[in-house]
Design a binder for this molecule. Structure first.
Ligand SMILES: [Zn+2]
Ligand SMILES: [Zn+2]
Length: 289
């Protein structure tokens, strides 16, 4: 089993602690890490709210019926749009003073929108974040994170046999990062690679030699690029779609304290390098939000 403390659903505290720790020591990514910590503090406060818990229960109520019927994502996203629209105001109120332009401007825009405009934005983002302007997407993600993650807590993640997709089986989000964990040691423990959802923080099994963006399986089109002094992180790139995902190897000596959704932000120089190579992430994000 993957040990706890890696920031999986419900473990916002581990992500916040890691973001604060790295922000205090990291010269290059300190600004984005502080922004991430600010968002996570809001996330943590909302995730503990009774209203969010009851709304999350409604999203999770569909999981077993959907699983039995083979319907993915398993959470009831139709039930998410209304609550996320309401959360937008709370996210803007809490974070507007802490985010830089042009994110703040996008927050003011969203705050001024009427119900139908908000609904269109939120439903598009729930369907596919790449359909949404990244600046606006930052706010939807800050608003939706506490709800989606709370709904994912305790839901059984499908096995590699049940779900082979590159989208999150619970909420449909894209992988923000990829992880290679130590072998579980269990009989038929499965692939040691997992993808990590950028929306609900769920980890799910995914084959090691497959592009997490387009599904390419031909090894001639897949490459892994390791940093010189960071053997615990690499860029897994695909020549077919020119997409990439960062993979964190928790077995490496430097990988002991990694919290993938936070270390993804801390390794932004790799994203700059990847961008120079003409590679792109599945979706743009600001400080992992
Ligand atoms: Zn998810
Ligand atoms: Zn690809």
């Amino acid at each position: 089993m993957i040990r706890s403390g890696r920031g999986q659903p419900g473990d916002v505290a581990a992500r916040l602690a890691r973001a604060e720790q790295l922000a205090a020591t990291d010269q290059i990514a300190a600004g984005p890490l502080r922004l991430l910590a600010t968002v996570l503090r809001h996330h943590q406060a909302r995730a503990g709210d009774d209203l969010i818990r009851s709304e999350a229960g409604l999203l999770a109520a569909a999981v077993e019926t959907n699983r039995a019927g083979g319907r993915y994502p398993l959470l009831d996203l139709d039930a998410a749009a209304g609550p996320v629209m309401a959360e937008l105001d709370l996210a803007v109120d809490a974070l507007l003073g802490a985010v830089p332009e042009p994110l703040a401007g996008a927050g003011r825009t969203v705050a001024g929108w009427s119900g139908p405009e908000r609904r269109q934005l939120v439903e598009a983002w729930l369907d596919d974040p790449s359909l949404v302007d990244p600046l606006l997407g930052f706010w939807v993600r800050a608003a939706a994170g506490p709800l989606l993650e709370t709904a994912a807590v305790g839901a059984a993640v499908p096995s590699a046999e049940q779900w082979r997709g590159s989208a999150c089986p619970l909420c449909g989000g894209q992988a923000q990062a990829s992880v290679i964990a130590p072998e579980s040691g269990e009989f038929m423990g499965g692939s040691p690679r997992s993808l990590v959802c950028g929306r609900c923080a769920t980890w799910w099994s995914f084959p090691r030699a497959v592009c997490a963006v387009c599904g390419e399986e031909d090894p001639r089109n897949l490459g892994a690029y390791l940093g010189e002094d960071q053997r615990w992180v690499r860029v897994d790139a695909c020549e077919t779609c020119h997409g990439y995902v960062k993979t964190f190897d928790l077995r490496e000596a430097g990988g002991r304290d990694i919290v993938p959704l936070v270390d993804d932000v801390a390794t932004l120089t790799l994203d700059l390098w990847a961008g120079e190579q003409g590679l792109a992430r599945p979706s743009a994000s600001f400080a992992g939000v």
